[in-house]
Design a protein around this ligand. Sequence first.
Ligand SMILES: Cc1cc2nc3c(=O)[nH]c(=O)nc-3n(C[C@H](O)[C@H](O)[C@H](O)COP(=O)(O)OP(=O)(O)OC[C@H]3O[C@@H](n4cnc5c(N)ncnc54)[C@H](O)[C@@H]3O)c2cc1C
Length: 471
Amino acid sequence: MKRVAIVGGGIAGLAAAYELEKQRLAGADLDWQLYEASERLGGTVSTTRIEGFVLEDGPDGWVTEKPWARDLAVELGLKDELISSNDATRKTYILIDGKLEAMPGGMRMMVPESLESLEGCALFTEAARAAYAAELARADELKASAPTEDESVSSFVRRHFGEEVLEKIGAPLLSGVFGGDVAKLSVQAVMAGFVTMEREQGSLIAAVQAKLKARGNKPHPPIFTSLRRGMGSLVEAIVAKLPAERIHLSQPAMSLKREGKLWCLKTMKGTGKAKRHFQRVLLATPIDATKVLLESLSAEAAALVPNDASSAVLATFCWKPEAASQFLVPTGFGFLVPPDASATESLLAATFADQKFPGRVPEGCKVIRAFFGGASAAALMEQSDEAVTAAALKQLRAIFGELPQPEASLTTVRRWPRSLPQYAVGHLERMAKLETLVGELGGIKLLGNAYRGVGVPDLVRDSRAAVRAEY
Ligand SMILES: Cc1cc2nc3c(=O)[nH]c(=O)nc-3n(C[C@H](O)[C@H](O)[C@H](O)COP(=O)(O)OP(=O)(O)OC[C@H]3O[C@@H](n4cnc5c(N)ncnc54)[C@H](O)[C@@H]3O)c2cc1C
């Protein structure tokens, strides 16, 4: 019988456990156990449900284009729970000089589907519109000079559209997802689709237009998908399929050593330690824990695990109908703030949660989720909930004017320290080396958001594929 340990009970570890349990029930001769450091499962995926409000503590949905989270949800019996983002009223704003300026419609990240959509858009100066037009005209030159080496997101966006587009849309969009610095992020790792487009067509605008044309009249799927009762219901549905006796909460892994042909995993259990042996170990831990566990096995491998990770601090505010009717929130999903390295408590983004997905709040209520990332999140991480909410409200008030006081009992603050690993330039190459080195150890596999994608669908795909490949 193969004994398998899963270390870490975030969505990556849980998806692996689900797949292992499926294989076991189908007759595979295996025994798996999952060790989670905290008292709960799900990691960053967590939903607070209170007084009819569905408040997301971490991810609030997933990109529909990536089918793997949906597939899992359907398999778990959640088909009727799937909801689509309110795309008919989809708009994203960028905070420029204290004002929310709408991004033009029909954008694929920073790439417009047509130059016409940029006309009359207050977000861009004439120079930025000219840079967009020039990109289309420079297709041959861009194709001929497409680099084979990796480069930063900022260098890639700047080459195509210039500094203004990078600062106003490129940086806030990417920082909003990866929490990181576009001057360091690897374009090959985080925007692989655009890199391919550049190689094939030179101009990204031309490539996006060609895709649209090929698509014809097929309706666009919703941009985001989520679950009626929140992302936490994905975790709950997985956990419901797993035998409780295989899950060990509050048991952080402390060390991993080779003993003969087996891996010896030591965990903290209460005030003592527990030691168990396994043939296989799936490490689905955040980067700092993974580095500690790998260090004594292969310092070289440990060093290849990403070092930098961005933190997130979220403050969510709810207003019941009477207070909600006293202020206006523009139609749309939320706004992004161009990163400013000198600002210490600057929001990175905010979501108009009641407008992004249907049915998240009782009739007539409003919810804004404010998101601090990067240096601001690091600065606020150790501060009190009151300090975090005060910092967020101050900025929201500067934008929306005199916001009424949000419901105190519904205000939440969540901290996710070092939760978003940075895929720095050269990431894919380092990950290939890391995979080889870890493969040589025999029986260990690295799962989680540090390697092959940070989104929930990526992690579900990756963990399930890793298990299917071997068991
Ligand atoms: C604020 C925020 C918003 C996001 N929004 C979205 C979104 O809308 N859509 C989307 O697709 N993605 C989103 N993401 C990304 C996505 O949610 C994460 O990448 C993903 O949930 C990470 O899952 P994971 O299992 O890799 O890690 P984690 O969720 O970090 O889980 C790791 C687990 O390992 C445990 N652990 C740590 N050390 C040990 C140890 N020594 N032993 C045992 N266990 C240990 C931890 O307690 C934790 O439970 C968001 C992320 C953040 C932070």
